[in-house]
Design a protein around this ligand. Structure first.
Ligand code: PRP
Length: 214
């Protein structure tokens, strides 16, 4: 048995729950992490010398880039937005959704005509990259922290760049998908130095997770 712990960063929320279910399927459990009442931040599996911690979702790539976590599990949206020096090694296939440009149906024309429009988003980097490098359209980007769908309804922006999963939020607020930016899902990311130093253990872990998906 190895002495050093491999540390795994998970973003608080839906993906963490799904990720722990996957780890349980490969025989790695950590029951404490599933206790909704716990305020603990770090959870240890002594048998496999693994350490899990929960952070805010956008901080996962930061922990992994700096080596405070060897491995992270996070959505592709966060990976693209944070743009960190990390290796993306596995698509877990769950947490599937799309990054889309959405708004009232009338706004489609503003996109076609490449007008100077205001776009509200929690993802300014992804949004900028899409409009400037894919569509060659100049836009004003307005950064928000949540409930992005509000922006076009109250007149803060013309459209939004946001995640669509079931489409319910859009439907219930009279908005629609105008353009699709990219497909998203949960990914496993690895610190480049950890990947070299702990290659056997990390590769074995990734292979087990991958085997469980197929
Ligand atoms: C996300 C996203 C949309 C919603 C899409 O928000 O920003 O608002 O989910 O899901 P749907 O297509 O299934 O309705 P989240 O719940 O993460 O909260 P937020 O608005 O605070 O970002």
């Amino acid at each position: 048995m190895e002495d050093k712990y491999i540390t795994i960063a998970l973003g608080k929320g839906r993906l963490a729950k799904k990720t722990m279910e996957l780890f349980e399927q490969i025989g790695i459990s950590c029951s404490e992490i599933r206790d909704p009442k716990t305020r603990k931040l770090i959870f240890v599996n002594e048998e496999h010398k693994l350490r899990f911690f929960l952070s805010k979702v956008p901080d996962v790539p930061t922990y992994v880039e700096h080596g405070a976590a060897d491995i992270g599990v996070v959505g592709l949206d966060t990976i693209l937005e944070e743009d960190r020096n990390i290796f993306e090694v596995l698509d877990l296939g769950f947490g599937k959704c799309k990054m889309c440009i959405c708004g009232p149906a009338e706004a489609k024309e503003l996109l076609h005509n490449k007008e100077l429009i205001r776009v509200a988003t929690k993802y300014p980097k992804i949004c900028k990259d899409y409009f400037y490098n894919t569509k060659y359209q100049t836009v004003e980007i307005i950064k928000l922290n949540g409930s992005i769908e509000l922006a076009p309804i109250v007149g803060l922006s013309d459209v939004i760049c946001d995640i669509v999963e079931t489409g319910t939020t859009l439907r219930e607020n009279g908005l629609t998908v105008l353009e699709e930016v990219c497909d998203l899902s949960a990914r496993v990311v690895v610190n480049p130095v950890s990947f070299r130093m702990e290659n056997d253990r990390i590769t074995a872990l990734i292979s087990s997770l991958n085997g469980c998906l197929n």
